[in-house]
Design a protein around this ligand. Structure first.
Ligand SMILES: [Zn+2]
Length: 202
């Protein structure tokens, strides 16, 4: 199951699940960084394939690794907000959740926001949508699942992806052993199909 349930889409109008289905472009996204070892490797690989991506950054990680964050921005990729400490919105007050995101926006400029785990309450959403563009996905890579091989991850992503798709990877130490080889296979497959990887524009 790589596609989100239709009910979620209906409950949260205005959330971005995918882009234009009629352009030969896809959006690769990387969550939970910046990571001092993994993120630079992702940037190198993207550059080899002249691919642009969008990085949903955790505020505390940006504070800890500001040079890696600058490297992302200077390489021409887009950045988005992924809360200060990777909090799930479920079970948090609206005020505390919004504070997590506003604190992060001091370091991660722009309106793009992705809720960690995709878990955001309706009240939180209706407050945040006034200032942020909430970005979900239509293809999950499952690169955090230790039992999956990079080949399977890449094959599943390439099967599910279509023009306009938003794909989730993780530039984290946990996902890296699977994500890096899977990413290279995906980049190769997309190139062969003539699908360009572009950064999100808010
Ligand atoms: Zn995350």
């Amino acid at each position: 199951m790589t596609r989100p349930p239709w009910l979620l889409r209906a409950l949260f109008p205005g959330m971005l699940w995918h882009g234009d289905r009629n352009r030969p472009e896809v959006y690769l996204t990387f969550d939970d960084g910046p990571h001092p070892d993994v993120t630079p490797k992702v940037l190198d690989l993207l550059e080899q394939y002249t691919a642009k991506a969008t990085f949903f950054c955790v505020g505390a990680n940006v504070q800890a690794h500001p040079h890696v964050f600058r490297h992302i921005v200077e390489s021409g990729h887009a950045v988005g907000n992924h809360t200060w400490s990777h909090r799930s919105g479920w079970g948090m007050s609206r005020k505390a959740y919004v504070e997590e995101i506003n604190k992060t926006s001091a370091l991660v400029p722009g309106p793009l926001f992705r809720p960690p785990y995709g878990r955001i309450g309706l009240g939180q959403y209706y407050t945040l949508r006034k200032s942020y563009r909430v970005v979900m996905w239509d293809v999950l890579s499952y690169d955090w699942k230790a039992e999956r091989t990079p080949e399977r991850i890449a094959a599943d992503v390439l099967k599910a992806i279509r023009p306009g798709s938003v794909v989730v990877f993780h530039d984290s130490a946990k996902a890296a052993p699977r994500m890096m080889p899977a990413l290279e296979l995906v980049l190769k497959g997309l190139k062969a199909r003539g699908l360009r990887c572009v950064a999100m524009t808010p």
